[in-house]
Design a protein around this ligand. Structure first.
Ligand SMILES: NC(=O)C1=CN([C@@H]2O[C@H](COP(=O)(O)OP(=O)(O)OC[C@H]3O[C@@H](n4cnc5c(N)ncnc54)[C@H](OP(=O)(O)O)[C@@H]3O)[C@@H](O)[C@H]2O)C=CC1
Ligand SMILES: O=C(O)CCC(=O)C(=O)O
Ligand SMILES: [Mg+2]
Length: 729
């Protein structure tokens, strides 16, 4: 196994790797550090799942499973880039692309009937949504802006949209019948197995058997009422129209891969209610699955002029929708993975509460977030900015995050225990000794789910928070709501640990709404705070605050201290930026910022130095930090516009600053003399390299695929400077 594993992923970060990874490997080799790759891309995972359908030379190893084992060992040192968490339309598109490339994969069965189809469907389902992160995140999350990155943002504040008190933008969430209001929770006093059953007038159906929980596990159960959801959505569509704002729905259909696509499907049906009322049967016959979005629906319906005309008439009568791409007519409801709440809500808030409408104009929006568990964070943020005006990034302090995430904690791990109920009855969670731990009366169509958080990760999370608070010395808040069932169980863990360690006075405990206000007030004063949160808020806040403070979450330091001693270093807190790939393909400009990769690389090398006593790795790591500083000080980050320096230029500068720092250091003379000529060559050839990189831009390029690109074509596009390539070798 290599000293460091650098993951192969998809979309923009993978394009960046084609340019950056050869530089990393070349530099690391000089210190005897090996950097290998493991493929966790969507295409790679599909190929690894269906070997029996592929020719011998097309088969691929199951790298995710291998990494899943590695992260449970102290040897793990993994740099994890963001990968696609696929929605059904993305999965279907990836399969189609691989088929056209000659991989004889089975089609994704939308409505499996035979046993063989059901088996294929079950295999594809394992690839859907957040299938990678929960496997690799065997530790809790520590995300923050590195000091240099934060001061750069303060000294070079980004543009922020204006917030005004009369903005009509608001958050709408359910006042009852949602996951929040139906939640129950209990902490298990002993290790136990459990099953989940649905009892109806006709008997009992086992929904899930063979669950097992160690002693001390916090086990929740809750459900969303389909009727309450539908009434809420219908009402909000009417209200949006009356208010004259854009209708927008913000969900996490990728990470909450079972519950949220269903809720998304309810919204598609609610928005097109007259069409579904009139053509319900016909739509079913055409194979329409509303959970896959309006885009897939229109593809199914294409050719049926009557239904198409009714869809158009319905949309014209509805409030205008918040758009993903108004030029191309792609709406919020087209694809379940196009609008993902952690990125979408902060972008709207950063823009002063504005979204793009179908007319290509900015407008206020009704932000519909059905479940009320975490919606108050956005609601309170919007209220705060309406009252106080936009945040000033030049003076704002920072909100760091410590997130409970290990061992599939909380909602994150609820996929196998989430069910859309086919009939009315009572869902019960029954323990091995017959105890009914949780029970809910449900109706057909309700979405029931159970989430759990284990004792060891909870304790590790509290201890990590204590360490971080000690290191920072700033305000620290546990975002826990004493009136919420699950949070009350966590508070029962948190308080005794803080007291035993004598640090209770250093921490506050507040419900998410109050914590949001307190945190915004704190950073507005220029002070810092640590948000210690559960898994969903970890996700939400590590985009929200960075996007307000730094313009993007791509620059975040994102460390996962693995519970068995290894290290997982994520690169930023954002995703894989599909829009960036589109721009590269159209005009050969990649605006992806690799600062997250730079930060992770520095951490990974330092970890290698600490864990293995590898002095050369320390020298390399310290030089990485100097190079990252050089990128910031000299403003070498990519521009958004074609014709200006892009991601590839930033890698040239990074290599140069890295080599210069290595040549200049005095800890390792061999390395200094090795890197001196490299630094010199990079500096002497600056004009040539920069002009070779610039010459490449402006034309459309072919990568040989989207999900499964051609390595040689991608390398040719991403490494266009012969001069740089010959120095890197
Ligand atoms: N850790 C992981 O593995 C994660 C994976 N994802 C996956 O990523 C995909 C896209 O998700 P989405 O919600 O659209 O979020 P993204 O973070 O990919 O995109 C939102 C926007 O953020 C900006 N952005 C993100 N990263 C960078 C970067 N390094 N440099 C510059 N700008 C950046 C871009 O803004 P602009 O367009 O204005 O330049 C981009 O369009 C999905 O498939 C999702 O599942 C999402 C989150 C985390
Ligand atoms: O796992 C995913 O699908 C997304 C993860 C994510 O957005 C995050 O960790 O910030
Ligand atoms: Mg996120």
């Amino acid at each position: 196994m290599s000293d460091i594993i650098y993951t192969k992923v998809d979309e923009a970060p993978e394009l960046a790797s084609a340019s950056f990874l050869p530089i990393i490997q070349k530099f690391a080799a000089a210190a005897g550090v090996s950097v290998g790759t493991k493929d966790i891309s969507l295409a790679g995972r599909i190929l690894a799942t269906f070997p029996e359908h592929l020719k011998e030379d097309q088969r691929q190893s199951d790298d995710l499973a291998e990494l899943g084992r590695l992260v449970k060992t102290a040897e793990a040192n993994v740099i994890k880039l963001p990968n696609i968490s696929a929605s059904v339309p993305q999965l279907v598109a990836a399969v189609k692309e691989l088929q056209t490339q000659g991989y004889a994969l089975p089609d994704y069965p939308e409505t499996p009937s035979s046993d063989a189809e059901k088996e294929i469907r079950a295999k594809y389902d394992t690839l859907k949504g957040s299938a990678v992160n929960p496997v690799l995140r065997e530790g809790n999350s520590d995300r923050r802006a590195a000091k240099a990155v934060k001061s750069f943002a303060q000294n070079n504040p980004h543009r922020m949209g204006e917030w005004t008190a009369d903005s009509k933008t608001r958050v709408a969430s359910m006042s009852g019948g949602d996951f929040f209001s139906n939640e129950v929770s209990a902490t298990l006093d002993k290790e136990t197995g459990a099953k989940i059953v649905l009892e109806t007038a006709n008997g009992e159906t086992v929904l899930k058997d063979g669950l097992s929980y160690p002693a001390g596990t916090v086990v929740d159960a809750t459900y969303m009422s389909a009727a309450a959801l539908d009434a809420f959505l219908a009402d909000e569509i009417e209200k949006t129209k009356a208010e004259g704002t854009l209708f927008s729905l913000h969900m996490k259909a990728t990470m909450m891969k079972v519950s949220d696509p269903i809720i998304f499907g309810h919204a598609v049906k609610a928005y097109l209610a007259p069409v579904f009322e009139k053509h319900g049967e016909a739509l079913k016959e055409l194979g329409v699955n509303p959970n896959s979005g309006l885009g897939a629906l229109m593809a199914n319906v294409a050719g049926n002029d009557e239904i198409m005309a009714d869809i158009k008439a319905c949309m014209d009568s509805r409030p205008p929708m918040y758009m993903v791409d108004s030029d191309k007519g792609i709406t919020n409801l087209h694809v379940p993975s196009d609008v993902i709440i952690d990125a979408s809500m902060p972008a709207l808030i950063r823009a002063g509460g504005k979204g793009w409408g179908p007319d290509g104009q900015e407008s206020d929006a009704n932000c519909v977030i059905p479940d009320n568990s975490y919606a108050p964070v956005y609601d309170e943020s919007i209220k705060f900015f309406k009252a106080n005006g936009k945040l000033n990034p030049a003076t704002a302090g920072t909100v760091q995050n410590i997130g409970l995430m290990a061992q599939k904690a909380e909602e994150y791990g609820s996929h196998p225990t989430t069910f859309e109920l086919s009939e009315a009855g009572t869902v019960k969670m029954i323990l091995d000794d017959g105890t009914v731990l949780h029970s809910h009366k449900v109706e057909a169509g309700d979405i029931w789910r159970s989430a759990s958080a284990r004792k060891a990760p909870i304790e590790d999370w509290v201890n990590l928070a204590i360490d971080r608070q000690k290191a920072e010395g700033c305000r620290a808040i546990f975002w826990l709501d004493a009136d919420r069932a699950h949070d009350a169980e966590l508070i029962a863990y948190v308080k005794p640990i803080l007291e035993t360690k004598g640090v209770a006075d250093k921490f506050e405990i507040m419900a998410p709404r109050e914590a949001t206000r307190a945190s915004l007030e704190t950073i507005t004063k220029g002070e810092n705070t640590i948000a210690i949160t559960g898994n969903v808020l970890r996700d939400y806040l590590t985009d929200l605050f960075p996007i307000l403070e730094l313009a993007t979450s791509a620059k975040m330091l994102s460390i996962v201290k693995l519970m068995n001693g290894g290290g997982l270093f994520e690169t930023g807190a954002g995703g894989s930026a599909p829009k960036h790939v589109q721009q590269l393909m159209e005009e050969n400009h990649l605006r992806w910022d690799s600062l997250g990769e730079f930060c992770a690389l520095g951490e990974s090398l330092t970890f290698l130095a600490d864990a293995r006593g590898n002095a050369k790795a320390r020298v390399l790591g310290e030089a990485v930090d100097a190079a990252t500083q050089g990128i910031l000080d000299n403003d070498r980050s990519p521009s958004r516009k074609v014709g200006e320096p892009d991601n590839r230029d930033s890698h040239y500068w990074f290599a140069r600053y890295w080599a210069e720092a290595l040549a200049a250091q005095g800890d390792d003379a061999d390395m200094a003399s090795h890197f001196e000529p490299i630094a010199k060559a990079l500096a002497e050839n600056e004009d040539k390299i920069v002009s070779e990189l610039a010459a490449a831009q402006g034309k459309a390029v072919d990568l040989g695929g989207y999900f499964h690109t051609d390595d040689a074509k991608t390398a040719a596009v991403m490494r266009p400077s012969e001069t740089l390539n010959s120095i890197i070798g």
